[in-house]
Design a protein around this ligand. Structure first.
Ligand SMILES: [Zn+2]
Length: 72
């Protein structure tokens, strides 16, 4: 079962997402789409962003365009 990340703030994640390159940490890690709600979870293009579970960093669509996103 895959966990879904919704639009609510993540506990333990402080600070606004900073647009920057995907770090080495995030390469090879699954990025989980973050959604507004369950009704929009059918399409990655509706995701608010993509979160690396290893470091908690969030990326926008531009950052993950060439990456594989974990899918349910
Ligand atoms: Zn990372």
């Amino acid at each position: 079962m895959l966990n879904k990340i919704f639009g609510s703030p993540q506990q333990g994640y402080s600070g606004a997402p900073t647009p920057q390159s995907i770090s080495h940490c995030c390469i090879g890690k699954e990025l989980m789409p973050r959604w507004r709600g369950p009704e929009q979870m059918d399409d990655d293009t509706n995701a608010l962003g993509f979160v690396c579970h290893a470091c908690g960093r969030e990326f926008g669509h531009d950052m993950v365009r060439n990456r594989k996103i974990s899918q349910s």
